[in-house]
Design a binder for this molecule. Structure first.
Ligand SMILES: [Zn+2]
Ligand SMILES: [Zn+2]
Length: 77
């Protein structure tokens, strides 16, 4: 039995997520996203898709990147 790093739940079907040097054990994707997904630097929402990287920050969409002064990025609809 492993323990979820986010909620502390003991569960027999936990999984591990590794990103670079970061590594965590979780009981659900909800908990994995809570712990591992980056937050948009503008609106603070959790980025579960690709996101947009600009000037060393990560944003959920081009709109948020533009809101802090990044004018080069455009969402492809
Ligand atoms: Zn959990
Ligand atoms: Zn955003």
């Amino acid at each position: 039995m492993a323990r979820c790093d986010t909620c502390g739940n003991h569960y027999d079907k936990t999984f591990t997520v590794t990103r670079g040097e970061e590594r965590g054990t979780f009981d659900s994707f909800e908990c994995a996203a809570q712990a591992m997904a980056p937050d948009c630097a503008h609106c603070g929402c959790r980025i579960l898709g690709h996101g947009v990287e600009a000037e060393g920050s990560i944003f959920c969409c081009a709109h948020c990147a533009r809101a802090v002064g990044e004018h080069e990025l455009v969402d492809r609809a």
